[in-house]
Design a protein around this ligand. Structure first.
Ligand code: PMP
Length: 407
């Protein structure tokens, strides 16, 4: 009897989007959802994606057949090279297996499901997330029956990294815990580790025999440099870790609704790698078949067309620099304006944070005030999507923040 089903809360972010749409004020500002907007606050179809689309549409052999269970081979192979680097020994030594997934969410889910079935550490099996993290992490992992804790990540005082707390917590976590790490452009804080800090974290993960699980949703979107944004993952692979990677093409290709993503499992060179990878791949294929049968084709074909063509790839890098560059400009403009207004508090973190989001440090009360008084929509934790700012609304937003902070 379905009477027993309790009402679930609305998804906070999608609820915020709906409230924004209902607001009829001409000055309303949407800083909620993490999707890129151009300087006119409009979604941006990357020019290179338009080109790939035209190429695909002209192909007389294109059809709507099923993809293989693991997805489009040209796409998964190019995805490995993109995240691990073309010359990665892990690829050369056949230590990587990859499946195309329903964007990054599907990749996180497939990895979580696989670990829930096959990961057997000697002690309590716990997953550790950063505090805060992308809220979906909690439900994806708990839905497959994995218990979680968090490690400190954001220091409210400095609005930077709570590095010591992070290190201490994973040091005292039960041996063999799964540590979920944001590869770059941490969501929601925009705070990333330096290379030195990554090295120290890797050292503790090694000594405690933890299992690293990388979530990468912003490669190339953060700094505009694909290798730089992939550095942490490449470093861990170089160090010989066995690990998972959940890769999304939503942001860096602007393929949000097409659900293009990839899951990679990399084994350590210490094992009988090729045989391990073959067995892991066989189990992942069964999980994939029972969950989605096979992944959607269109977004992967677009990404694959670009990733496998030198000229289009260069053009994509240029498009990435357009997006990351505009966001960096908006960070500078917002900080500059707040400092010019003399808004109480320090605003250096706005330009020090990176990627799609900034954790402003505004309180829940100030966030609600901004919504009521100024029609500005942002999540309750004070996160803003930088892409929602543009040269037409950044001054308006800064003045609204100034008012909310002073009131
Ligand atoms: N992980 C993180 C940290 C994210 O920010 C996102 C996008 N919001 C994702 C994964 C996955 O998004 P998608 O399923 O749209 O690729």
């Amino acid at each position: 009897n379905a009477d027993v089903v309790p009402q679930a809360p609305e998804d906070a972010l999608f609820g915020l989007m709906a409230a924004y749409r209902r607001d009829e004020d001409p000055n309303k500002v949407d800083l909620g959802i993490g999707a890129y907007r151009d300087n006119n606050a409009k979604p941006w179809v990357l020019p290179v994606v338009k080109k790939a689309d035209e190429i695909l549409r002209k192909d007389p052999d294109l059809n709507h057949e099923y993809l293989p269970i693991a997805g489009l081979p040209a796409f998964t192979a190019a995805s490995q090279k993109l995240i691990l680097g073309g010359d990665s020994p892990a690829i050369g030594e056949k230590r990587v297996t990859s499946l195309q997934t329903i964007s990054g969410t599907g990749a996180v889910h497939l990895g979580a499901l696989f670990l829930s079935k096959f990961y057997q550490p000697t002690t309590d099996r716990l997953v550790y997330f950063s505090d805060p993290t992308w809220p979906n992490h909690f439900q994806i992992f708990s839905n497959v029956g994995l218990a979680y804790k968090t490690y400190p990540y954001f220091d409210k005082q400095t609005k930077g990294l709570a590095f010591d707390g992070f290190l201490d917590t994973i040091q005292s976590a039960p041996e063999g815990s799964i540590i979920v790490l944001h590869a770059c452009a941490h969501n929601p804080t925009g705070v990333d580790l330096t290379q030195e800090q990554w090295k120290k974290i890797a050292g503790v993960i090694r000594s405690k025999k933890h299992f690293p699980f990388f979530d990468t949703a912003y490669q190339g979107f953060a700094s505009g440099d694909l290798a730089k944004d992939g550095w942490a993952i490449r470093y861990f692979v170089e160090q010989g870790f066995e690990l998972c990677i959940a890769q999304s093409y939503a942001k860096n290709f602007g393929l949000y609704g097409e659900r293009a993503g990839c899951f990679h499992f990399v084994t350590s060179p210490a094992f009988d790698a090729e045989s391990t990878v073959t067995r892991v791949a066989s189990q992942l294929a069964i999980l994939q078949r029972s969950e989605i049968s096979n992944p959607p084709a269109y977004g992967a074909r677009i990404a694959s067309t670009v990733l496998n063509d030198t000229e289009l790839f260069a053009e994509w890098e240029d498009n990435l620099r357009t997006m990351s560059g505009r966001i960096i400009d908006m960070r500078k403009a917002l900080r500059g304006k707040l400092e010019e207004l003399g808004t109480p508090g320090k605003w250096n973190h706005i330009t020090e944070q990176i990627g799609m989001f900034s954790f402003t440090g505004l309180s829940e009360q100030q966030v609600l005030k901004l919504r009521e008084d100024s029609h500005v929509y942002m999540t309750k934790n004070g996160r803003i999507s930088m892409a929602g700012l543009n040269t037409n609304n950044v001054d308006y937003f800064a003045k609204a923040v100034d008012k909310a902070v002073r009131d």
